[in-house]
Design a protein. Sequence first.
Length: 156
Amino acid sequence: MISRRGFVALAAGLALPLSVARRLRAGAAPAGGTPITVYKGASCGCCVKWVDHLREAGFEPTSHDEEDLDRIKDRLGIPQPLRSCHTAQVDGYLVEGHVPAADVRKLITLKPRVAGLAVPGMPASSPGMAVPGAPHQPFEVLSFQTDGSTRVYARH
């Protein structure tokens, strides 16, 4: 028969892997977070909300307030038709606009041969733009290459 002390140790040993697995299924990273660099305008409220969305999903964002975002987007090779209000870099990929954190997590886990993901414009129901209680408006996340070619990556 197992002692009480042995049972507690066994239970504690099982609880940690289960909690990590639960967080990974939910789209969150293990403790410490996944670093992501975000370039945004200093006064953009929806950008701040998107950064908060990333943080809540287990990313560790570092934000840079920029006056000339087009210069950054040009340097990184973000195609003009895909541009939005902020740009991020994570694990060698580009993330343009209000891409859901779960899609970013899928991107860096599966590592497809793309330059990055984009949500062109500012769809009303995307993370950072959504208003609680407002009806959902469908939007697409596109994978892209720096030559401007795109494919639908996810529909929300």
